[in-house]
Structure formats: structure tokens, C-alpha cells
Design a protein around this ligand. Structure first.
Ligand code: GLU
Length: 335
């Protein structure tokens, strides 16, 4: 059985970029007659808000995207909210620890930035770690332990990695790619990479389709699957949407949110029509229901490079410019 998922982090409203990947992931699974899972990735509690989780699900339903299992409908792999699954992540961490795959890291943020200079550079996840604390002796560790709570890092194996992405094609990464990464922060918060691997495996996810900004995370996740002896899914990373100014749509100052589009009185079919057109699934941005796209979905037609959306098309969705739409949303209702 084919199983996919949409796994938003409820630290903000659903924006067009999220809606784009949610739609494509949903289409991939629905076309294959598979099951679609909604998972709330609120593992970083301080950044997450339950109101956002509810609004994200409401916006997706409004767009016509549904799920077979999720926080609101339950299912055989419940709970579907990461903050309620901490025991599973702790167990995985314990297993990695027992097998000697983790080590404590005492480096401060400033130290990390200073040791990450030129030859190692930065990955999308921050500075590439040189493995400094991996080499500490037991004595050095004890001395540092006395003054600072450590984070826990996963020690990369000394082999490279290859996988084939559904859109980006064959990927080959050398040993050590990205550096040893943090699986538990010094403040005790468990990290995305570990939680997502544990959950994708536990929930029987076979196909992950997500934004190309996460392509860099995939080697890390594959190495965790390997270390935990779990079956990894197939991955497809779709190119991101960019605004008329060339900035990532999700990062724009005036976020282009689905809630803002709804507030402007735009029907969901207009949004789906635009998303499908941007994706390359249709020739014109004509209004469409999400379900009408299921039979038309073809991964080979999906755009393979970043898409720059025009200000006209944003205006068509917001009725006005997104900045004005967001202002209206923020003010108190007229009646
Ligand atoms: N929760 C992650 C995010 O919102 C996505 C996780 C994933 O799709 O693997 O960026």
C-alpha cells in the first residue's frame, strides 16, 4: 500500500508554498489509490501553536485536500502530533546511544560559527560541524560537562550515500556530507531529523514528496534510517515557489497565506487552479477542484526548477496585493 503524508510545522499559517507541496503530495498518493496521513510536527513546542495547527488543517480542507489519518480523525498509528510521541523518539535515541552512534557536544553557538569557516562552509541547516567534540577524551568531557549541558550529535558513518529523487534524479553524497548533526539540543528538545525518521517509519510512509529546501536533510535522514535499521521511503523534492521579487514565497515579509486568500473572498478552485498551473499540470490557470486533478497528475510534468510567480497572479488570488489583504485580515471585522 502506497502511503504519503503532509507534515507541517504549526509555527505559522499555511502559505502558498506549503499548499503547493501539500497538493502535489496528496495528488501523488490519491492517484496511486494510497493513503494520506496528516502529521503535526510541533516537536519544537516553543515555536508551535495549537491555533496554527487547527487553522492549517482547516485551510487544507477548504482547498479540498483530505486525509485518511491525522490528529483530528485518528487512525492506526495515532497519535499524529509529534509532541505526543516523545517516548518513541527517546527510545530511538537510546538505541543510537547504546550502539555508540551519539556523542555529547559542548560547543557554543559562537564556537560553532567560528569553527565553520571557509573549507567546510555552511549547509542549509547551519554551520557544518567539524566533529570537534567527537574527539574529546573522557576526562575532557567530564570537565566540560561540569559547566555546560551538551547537545547530542549523531556521528556520521565513514561511507557515502546515494539515492534517487523522484524529480532531482540520482544523488551521490560523499562520506561526512553535512557533518555530524544534532539529534537532541542542549535544552532537551529533540530534533526534526530524528522525529521525522521515527515517524515516517512507524507510520509506514512509502513516499515522501516535499519542498526542495529539504533535499539537504534527506542524506541525514537516510543515515538515521540505516542506523536504526528502518525502511526508508522514496523521496521526491519539488522546486520551491518564488515571489515576483525572486524571494522564496514562504520567506516574504507579507506572507502569502491561504487564510489571507480566503479572507479576500477568493474561492478554493482559483487557488488550486493556480497551483496546478505553476506545477505544470495544466496549460492555463483555470479554476479547478483538487479532486479533478487526481487523474491528471503526472510526476514527469511537474516543474523541475524553481517557479517565479507573477504579481498579477498573486493579485488575482488576493483580489488586491497580499500586503493589503493581510492588513484587512489583521483589522477588526466591520460588523
Ligand atoms: N515539518 C517540516 C516543515 O514544515 C516538513 C517535514 C517533512 O516534510 O519532512 O518544514
Amino acid at each position: 500500500m502506497i502511503r504519503g503524508r503532509f507534515a507541517p510545522t504549526p509555527s505559522g499559517l499555511l502559505h502558498l508554498g506549503n499548499a503547493y507541496t501539500a497538493l502535489l503530495s496528496w495528488l501523488q498518493i490519491r492517484q496511486a489509490g494510497g493513503q494520506f496521513v496528516m502529521r503535526m510536527e510541533d516537536i519544537d513546542k516553543p515555536r508551535s501553536r495549537p491555533e496554527y495547527a487547527l487553522q492549517i488543517m482547516d485551510d487544507l480542507r477548504w482547498l479540498g485536500i483530505d486525509w485518511d489519518e491525522g490528529p483530528d480523525v485518528g487512525g492506526p498509528y495515532a497519535p499524529y502530533t509529534q509532541s505526543e510521541r516523545l517516548k518513541l523518539y527517546e527510545d530511538a535515541l537510546e538505541r543510537l546511544r547504546r550502539e555508540g552512534r551519539l556523542y555529547p557536544c559542548y560547543c557554543s553557538r559562537a564556537e560553532l560559527h567560528s569553527i565553520a569557516s571557509a573549507p567546510h562552509g555552511l549547509s542549509s541547516e547551519g554551520p557544518v560541524y567539524t566533529g570537534r567534540c567527537r574527539k574529546l577524551t573522557a576526562q575532557e568531557r567530564a570537565a566540560r560537562e561540569a559547566v555546560k549541558a551538551p547537545s547530542l550529535r549523531f556521528a556520521l558513518p565513514n561511507h557515502g550515500l546515494s539515492f534517487t529523487d523522484g524529480i532531482q534524479g540520482p544523488q551521490k553524497l560523499p562520506a561526512g556530507y553535512g557533518g555530524d548533526f544534532v539529534v537532541r539540543r542542549a535544552d532537551g528538545i529533540l530534533c526534526y531529523q530524528l522525529a521525522v525518521v521515527v515517524d515516517d517509519a512507524a507510520m509506514g510512509i512509502t513516499d515522501v514528496l516535499r519542498g526542495a529546501d529539504l533535499l539537504d536533510s534527506t542524506p541525514r535522514q537516510l543515515l538515521l534510517f540505516e542506523a536504526l535499521q528502518l525502511q526508508p521511503p522514496r523521496y521526491t523534492h519539488v522546486p520551491l515557489l518564488f515571489g515576483p521579487d525572486g524571494e522564496r514565497l514562504s520567506k516574504r515579509r507579507e506572507a502569502v497565506t491561504v487564510a489571507g486568500i480566503r479572507a479576500a473572498g477568493t474561492p478554493p478552485e482559483a487557488v488550486i487552479g493556480r497551483l496546478a498551473y505553476w506545477a505544470g499540470l495544466t496549460d492555463r490557470p483555470e479554476p479547478l477542484k483538487a479532486a479533478e486533478l487526481i487523474s491528471r497528475f503526472e510526476l514527469s510534468r511537474v516543474a523541475t526548477s524553481g517557479i517565479r510567480v507573477s504579481s498579477d497572479s498573486l493579485q488575482a488570488l488576493f483580489g488586491t496585493s497580499p500586503a493589503d489583504a493581510n492588513r484587512e485580515e489583521g483589522s477588526s471585522p466591520a460588523s
